[in-house]
Design a protein around this ligand. Structure first.
Ligand SMILES: *Cc1c(COP(=O)(O)O)cnc(C)c1O
Length: 341
């Protein structure tokens, strides 16, 4: 076996069918052993619960090659735990956390030739997901499920440096109080498609969602959490029960406090105070941090002092430190980087 001959720097973000995927079936109250298979197609009833009532959830993480040539993943235990929490909220069976991590390892090992080399900026994106597959017409949870993981190589998120983006404040809401905003369910994305397309049509890269109850507090975007930096260097992230707990954001807060010795706060962030921050970024697995240069809203716009040309200095330091930990060039907290091969 040999590495695939791909132009790693230019593969972009589309789905590419790789060699193997993992599938395990839940039936008669139990998960089977699961297996790696070649077939990327799924056959199911037209009345499958996932098709009628959207009983589906997912996770996302990356495998990549470190500076010393190891194939690794970043904190897959947190993906396993989050998928457990998501499954319970959707009345789906929990895929055991240790089995989840084993399945991640199996998929990465079976597709090792697709793991991009160190320095390419590309990674192998892993997509664990689960859905109710048996026919259900009266509204109730399915009895049978599939848990799957496929992987697809993705190119570097930022080509030629991270350029700050302009975002807007959405007129739509993302997640109700006591709703499903804190779980990684497909349904949260279905409802975000119209707002994000509207934002794109109006020339914005992303939507900032406010809390639906009062529309005064910052929640998150459709797929990334916010980090702000105050003018005196404190790292602030919004606290709310309807924000999806980003593993990247939680890791960056630990990096800021424990590795870089910065002051950190997780608290309610009012939209009115956003104009006073020095820097703003969006955190998620895909980009680690995307810098935000400008926020446009109904009554005006906010231009962060960090500007539209490059990442602000604090966000850059956080980005460099976390990506250094991931790539094995900076020492990080124990257990964050899981060596697969
Ligand atoms: C997946 C996701 C994130 C980012 O989480 P990471 O674990 O950092 O990738 C943020 N917000 C939403 C709504 C998400 O679905």
């Amino acid at each position: 076996m040999a590495k695939k001959e791909l132009d790693w720097a230019n593969i972009g973000f589309g789905y590419v069918k790789t060699d193997k995927r993992f599938v395990s079936t839940f039936k008669d109250g139990a998960w089977d052993e699961g297996a790696l298979i070649d077939d990327d197609m799924i056959s199911m009833s037209e009345c499958a619960c996932v098709l009628q009532y959207a009983q589906t959830c997912f996770e996302g993480l990356k495998a990549y090659t470190t500076a010393d040539g190891k194939t690794v993943c970043f904190r897959p235990d947190l993906n396993a735990e989050r998928m457990k929490n998501t499954a319970m909220r959707l009345e789906m069976p929990v895929y055991p956390e240790d089995k989840f991590i084993e399945a991640v390892e199996k998929v990465v090992k079976a597709n090792k030739d697709w793991v991009p080399p160190y320095g390419s900026g590309a990674t192998l994106y892993l997509r664990p997901f689960m859905f109710g597959i048996n026919p259900v017409i009266g509204v109730k949870p399915a009895d049978e499920y599939q848990f799957r993981i496929f992987c697809t190589p993705v190119g570097p998120y930022f080509k030629g440096g991270a350029k700050p983006i302009t975002i807007t404040v959405s007129d739509f809401d993302r997640a109700a109080p006591r709703g499903t905003g804190n779980i990684k369910a497909g349904l949260n994305y279905a409802m975000s498609l119209h707002p994000i397309m509207e934002a794109h049509r109006n020339g914005f890269a992303e939507n900032m969602y406010l809390d639906p109850a009062t529309r005064t507090k910052v929640e998150e975007t459709g797929g990334a959490n916010f980090l702000f930096v105050t003018k005196d260097g404190t790292v602030v992230t919004p606290k709310s029960d309807s924000i999806l707990p980003s593993i990247t954001r939680r890791s960056l807060m630990i990096v800021a406090e424990k590795v870089l010795g910065m002051k950190v706060e997780e608290r309610e962030v009012f939209f009115d105070e956003v104009k006073d921050f020095a820097e703003c970024g969006l955190c998620g697995t895909a980009a680690v941090i995307s810098p935000v240069g400008k926020i446009v809203y109904k009554d005006g716009e906010i231009n962060f002092p960090s500007g539209m040309d490059e990442m602000g200095p604090t966000i850059k330091k956080l980005y460099d430190t976390l990506t250094g930990i991931q790539m094995g060039t900076v020492e990080g907290p124990e257990g964050w980087v899981k060596v697969i091969d």
